[in-house]
Ligand binder design. Structure first.
Ligand code: FAD
Length: 282
């Protein structure tokens, strides 16, 4: 199918983009276009206007300041993959980004686009949950900071207001006691995962002192598993107990790829792999 007719607008500043978004309530932002164009071609979305934010310098750049790694919303997946700052300060992302689609898509798709799209099977939403990130949005009344925990509200739904643009992602930099892990099961390399886990935490001696488990492709949105994570903290950590607790944390869905029961079983396999690779007592 072909995309429906739309008008194309290319603002030259972030302020102009926000004004255009306010003036055209049926408009859609386009960043890398790697999810949006497919949804237009399938007529899942019929916006009156496309507002192309792809050239806005204010949404670009990767920097480190005061213990925070800032990733501009327009950072392409290929740039995330190649960034020495991200490798040093958020190595979980460097590991995870290899699993996002294929090289051609990674050369156009953006960090902010992936988060704003909120696909429950996407890797980056689960990563920003695990990394306890804060998402920075700008709208007509200024900037708003939204924790990753509050950002993903449902299937392809976020806490962004219709007239807000995601401008950057702030991530606390990894510390020397930091640990991370990433695992996904997909039919083929580059496919969306059947189940996936992004984890980040801190180690104290032989055990974990902090842990956040961000799951994807298990339910309608990227989801934390706080009860399973709590069972893995401290000297009394137990992988068996954490595995049980996943049943309380997750609501895996059925689809053509796998039943909810299969997903739960696979989630337990991934949890074991990630924790084992961290080489902590559990
Ligand atoms: C064949 C194929 C395979 C793929 N496989 C994977 C995969 O395995 N894992 C994965 O995670 N993704 C996958 N993707 C999706 C890809 O990673 C997209 O790049 C990403 O999801 C969206 O980024 P984008 O910049 O292209 O966003 P766009 O397509 O431009 O936009 C997506 C949505 O986000 C909104 N948006 C974009 N930027 C902003 C912003 N700054 N503020 C507010 N709203 C914004 C748009 O309005 C739109 O609704 C795949 C895509 C394709 C075509």
């Amino acid at each position: 199918m072909k995309a429906p007719a739309f008008d194309y607008l290319r603002p030259s500043s972030l302020d102009d983009a926000i004004k255009l978004l306010g003036a055209h309530p049926d408009a859609k932002l386009i960043a890398g276009g790697q999810s949006l164009l497919a949804s237009l071609n399938l007529r899942l979305s019929q916006p009156s206007h496309l507002i192309d934010i792809g050239r806005l310098a204010e949404l670009r750049g990767i920097s480190v300041n005061g213990g925070v790694l800032r990733i501009g919303a327009l950072t392409r997946h290929a740039e995330t993959m190649a960034s020495p700052e991200i490798a040093a300060h958020a190595p979980l992302l460097t590991q995870a980004i290899h699993h996002v689609a294929h090289a051609a898509i990674r050369s156009r798709g953006t960090f902010g686009g992936s988060l704003a799209n909120a696909d429950p099977a996407a890797e980056l939403p689960a990563c920003v949950l695990a990394l306890n990130a804060t998402l920075v949005a700008r709208g007509p009344s200024g900037e708003r900071r939204i924790t990753a925990d509050d950002f993903f509200t449902g299937l392809f739904e976020t806490a962004l207001a219709p007239d807000e643009i995601l401008i950057a992602i702030d991530i606390p930099v990894a510390t020397p006691d930091g640990v991370h892990g990433f695992q996904e099961l997909a039919r083929r390399s580059g496919d969306y995962a059947i189940v996936g886990l992004a984890a980040a935490g801190k180690r104290s001696g032989t055990h974990l002192s902090e842990l956040r488990l961000g799951w994807f492709s298990v339910g309608t949105k990227a989801t934390l598993a706080p009860k399973a994570a709590a069972a893995l903290i401290g000297p009394a950590a137990s992988l068996a107990r954490a595995s049980e607790m996943l049943a309380e944390d997750l609501e895996p869905h059925d689809d053509l790829q796998a039943s909810g029961a299969t997903r739960m079983s696979l989630a337990r396999v991934l949890l074991k792999r990630v924790i084992t690779a961290m080489e902590v007592a559990a």
